[in-house]
Design a protein around this ligand. Structure first.
Ligand code: HEM
Length: 133
C-alpha cells in the first residue's frame, strides 16, 4: 500500500465513525502555536472548517503537478498574511495527532510511518516555496 493509500485508510476510518477532528486539531494547534491565535481570530468556524478541508485535500493528493501547484498557491497566499513555515508543521502535526487520537489503539506503525513521511515531504516543499518567494 502506498503512503497516500495508508493515509486515506486512516481518514476513511475516522469518517466512517463520524468523528470530527476539526476541534481537537485546532485546540492542539493553538496550544502549540499561540502566535496563530491572533492570525486566525477573525476566522469563524466555517472558515476554519474550509481551511482544514483544504489541508485534508492537500494531504490526500497523489504526487504530481496539481499537488505541487496547490502547495505553491497556499504558501503564496498565506505568506502575505504572516503565516510562517513552522506553523504549517504545527498544523500538520496537530491534525496527525487528532486523527491518531480518533483511531486510538488500532493505530499501526505503518500508519505512523506513512503520516511522518508525508508530513516531512510536504514540509520540504513548503520550505522550498518559502525560500523562493
Ligand atoms: C496546508 C496547510 C493549509 C491550508 C491547505 C490552508 C488553507 C486555507 C484556506 C482554503 C483558507 C480560506 C478559508 C475560507 O474559505 O475562508 C485559509 C485561510 C487562512 N489561513 Fe490557512 N491553510 C493552511 C495553513 C495555515 C496555517 C499554518 C496558518 C497559520 C495560522 C493559516 C492561516 C490562515 C489565515 C489567517 C486565513 C485567513 C485569510 C483571510 O483572512 O483571508 N493557514 N487557509
Amino acid at each position: 500500500m502506498s503512503d497516500i493509500d495508508t493515509i486515506l485508510s486512516t481518514l476513511e476510518l475516522v469518517a466512517e465513525e463520524g468523528i470530527d477532528v476539526t476541534e481537537p486539531t485546532y485546540k492542539d494547534f493553538f496550544e502549540v502555536s499561540p502566535e496563530s491565535i491572533s492570525l486566525m481570530e477573525h476566522m469563524d468556524h466555517l472558515m476554519r472548517g474550509r481551511m482544514l478541508n483544504a489541508l485534508i485535500m492537500m494531504v490526500m493528493m497523489p504526487e504530481g503537478t496539481p499537488k505541487v501547484d496547490v502547495i505553491h498557491f497556499e504558501v503564496k497566499t498565506h505568506s502575505a498574511n504572516g503565516v510562517k513555515p513552522i506553523m504549517y508543521l504545527q498544523l500538520f502535526q496537530s491534525f496527525h495527532k487528532a486523527v491518531k487520537g480518533a483511531i486510538g489503539d488500532r493505530w499501526t506503525s505503518d500508519q505512523e510511518g506513512a503520516w511522518q513521511r508525508e508530513i516531512t515531504q510536504l514540509m520540504q516543499r513548503i520550505e522550498a516555496n518559502f525560500a523562493a518567494l
